[in-house]
Write a protein that binds this ligand. Structure first.
Ligand code: ADP
Ligand code: MG
Length: 391
């Protein structure tokens, strides 16, 4: 449930507002190659500009090791933001040093300043109060619109709000409303679809969804681990070995809530041009690997999905990056698109798959945060959200 103040609940006119955004976008040769995340923050940025705030934007980008690294500079992001807004954007190659402080102090209402990568500062990921305090000293108010980073308690995502009042931006509000509602008070039937590569990262999610959801449909590499746990040899399929004991426990607890594929596509190599076979689920010969769910499984899952009133999907059903093994993922995407209930998709690769399927506009909510959306599905309160002021 969304219970926090947003930027519409406070006076921002003439205030200096520090906005934490998620501008962690791909950059190649000094150019942003996918600006989805910048676009997702525009609503908040425009609102603050139209309401006379002087905005100081900050974000991390990539994984620099607590020191400046030119390939992770936010300069290309500031340039793209300027193009998208059609308004000037000031960039300083500094996060909380003299130069940043000076630029922030001289910022006028309506102006936008982008600071350098928050992770050029060691204390950022350690949530160092000294970093938070310096950051806070640049502004009167803090706005967190970085849903994708809200599951981490860092100086710019959490710590800073202990020094100046913090409220939510529009993106944060939207994400928490959809995901929070789905997990706390879903319209039923509530169906979860889980796939992707690693179970370990998603065990907490399966456990929480076993309590909350009516059906859990499993696909992707995750299914392989469950097959292995139920005693089938899976050949050369991707298996999350560490997760096998937990997979066994889950199988024992789950009853008929958990559905596994009944047919799969196997291949003699991890390659789009591999030789393939469609087989019923059973022992997979050595030298072969499961790379997709089969058509019978898609048809079974489709029936469940079509009747759902809430669908949450995380993790592709197969190696959709190869067209040969994308049918299961796209088939499920079609079913989700056709579902008339609330449909939510989270996870970097799942979102990429749905974009590729061309069905993205038929989905109720596409989350911008992979890790953050998973933690919400796990039932964890996100620290970057929890720290904001209650309404
Ligand atoms: P998300 O980013 O949506 O959370 P993950 O990162 O967990 O999803 O997993 C996505 C990856 O899982 C994709 O790159 C896809 O190719 C891979 N994958 C899906 N099914 C299989 C499979 N059967 N074998 C190997 N990899 C798979
Ligand atoms: Mg991924």
């Amino acid at each position: 449930m969304f219970t926090k103040k947003t930027i519409t609940d406070i006076e921002v006119q003439g205030k200096r507002v520090l906005v934490r955004v998620d501008f962690n976008v791909p950059v190649k040769d000094g150019k942003v190659t996918d600006d989805t995340r910048i676009q997702a923050a525009l609503k908040t940025i425009r609102y603050l500009q139209d309401h006379g705030a002087a905005q100081i934007l900050c974000s991390h980008l990539g994984r620099p090791k607590g020191e400046p690294a030119p390939e992770f500079s936010l300069k290309p992001v500031a340039e793209r933001l300027e193009t998208l807004l059609g308004k000037p954007v000031i960039f300083v190659p500094d996060f909380i040093g003299e130069q940043a402080q000076y630029a922030a102090k001289n910022l006028k209402p309506g102006e936008i300043l982008v600071l350098e990568n928050t992770r050029f500062e060691k204390g950022e990921t350690k949530n160092d109060p000294q970093v938070s305090a310096r950051l806070a000293s640049m502004a009167d108010l803090y706005v967190n619109d970085a849903f994708g980073s809200a599951h981490r308690a860092h100086a710019s995502t959490e710590g800073v709000a202990h020094f100046i009042p913090g409220v939510a931006g529009f993106l944060m509000e939207k994400e928490i409303r959809y995901l929070g509602q789905a997990i706390a008070e879903p319209d039923r039937p509530f169906v979860a679809i889980l796939g992707g590569a690693k179970i370990s990262d998603k065990i907490g999610v399966i456990r929480n969804l076993l309590v909350k959801a009516d059906q859990i449909l499993i696909g992707g590499g995750m299914a392989n681990t469950f097959f292995h746990a139920s005693g089938y040899p899976v050949g050369d399929s991707l298996v999350d070995v560490e997760a096998i004991p937990t997979a066994k426990e889950i199988l024992a607890e789950a009853g008929n809530k958990l559905r596994l594929p009944v047919d799969v596509v196997i291949a003699d190599r991890f390659d789009n041009e591999a030789e393939t076979k469609l087989v019923q689920v059973g022992p997979i010969p050595d030298g072969w690997r499961i790379l997709d769910i089969g058509p019978e499984t898609v048809a079974n899952y489709r029936k469940v999905i079509e009747e759902a009133r809430t669908v949450v999907w995380n993790g592709p059903m197969g190696v959709f990056e190869f067209p040969t093994f994308a049918k299961g993922t796209f088939g499920v995407a079609e079913a989700v698109a056709a579902c008339r209930g609330t449909t939510i998709i989270g996870g970097g690769d799942s979102v990429a798959a749905v974009n590729l399927s061309g069905l993205a506009d038929k989905i109720t909510h596409i989350s911008t945060g992979g890790g953050a959306s998973l933690e919400m599905l796990e039932g964890t309160l996100l620290p970057g959200y929890a720290v904001l002021q209650d309404k």
